[in-house]
Design a protein. Structure first.
Length: 224
């Protein structure tokens, strides 16, 4: 399924803000996963209701369409539910497409169904609610990237995260003696749902012979 075909399939349910089909960076072959961001939540809900479990024309397998899990989980879920009522929003629904041509080892819970809001809003509301959402800062959203190779440098992180939105900073943590990557790094993105999209897309992604672990930074992880 091409990006154009995916947009045609979903456009009947509402106005599409952005769309993306993920491809393997080495082979250029589709990874069988795509994203659609609708203008309104109800449009995404209708698309899920109408297309989940259906087999589009030309497809050999049904597609799975759903909102992804919230990467912030317990604390973030309640907070996001509250913020739905107070801020403008954009909603994203993921498309999982498995065919004979595009075999997937597993279908990942990817993409995101949230609205846009600023880190300042998060900081103020979490402090009032007594919630510690450590991925947020005045500079943006800090993302922890684990299982990088010793040869990894900042350019790798820019290339991985740049397509998902505005990246303000990347940092690979190096061994003082060898100057080699110690296996992890940090990325800061300004927009929450772009950061969430990047995490959902890249967590479990194979980079060379390594599987990346990507998440919002927590207080227990090494400091950037």
């Amino acid at each position: 399924m091409s990006q154009k075909e995916m947009e045609q399939l979903f456009s009947q349910y509402g106005r599409i803000i952005t769309s993306r089909i993920l491809v393997d960076q080495v082979t250029g072959v589709s990874r069988g996963v795509g994203f659609i961001r609708f203008d309104k939540r109800i449009e995404a809900e209708e698309a899920i209701k109408g297309l989940n479990g259906q087999k589009p024309l030309g497809a050999s397998e049904p597609i799975t369409v759903k909102f992804a899990n919230n990467p912030s989980q317990k604390t973030g879920q309640a907070l996001l539910t509250h913020l739905y009522q107070t801020t403008a929003r954009r909603y994203t629904g993921p498309l999982h497409h498995q065919t004979q041509r595009f075999r997937l080892d597993n279908l990942l819970n990817m993409a995101y169904g949230v609205k846009r809001f600023s880190p300042i809003t998060i900081d103020s509301m979490t402090s009032l609610a007594g919630v510690n959402l450590t991925g947020a800062s005045s500079a943006g959203w800090c993302i922890f990237v684990y299982n990088l190779s010793p040869e990894a440098d900042e350019s790798v992180l820019w290339q991985l995260f740049g397509p998902f939105g505005a990246v303000t900073n990347v940092k690979v943590i190096r061994d003082f003696t060898t100057n080699k990557c110690k296996g992890f790094g940090f990325v800061t993105m300004t927009n929450y749902d772009e950061a969430a999209m990047a995490i959902a897309s890249l967590n479990g992604y194979r980079l060379g012979d390594r599987i990346l672990q990507v998440s919002f930074k927590t207080s227990k992880q090494h400091k950037a």
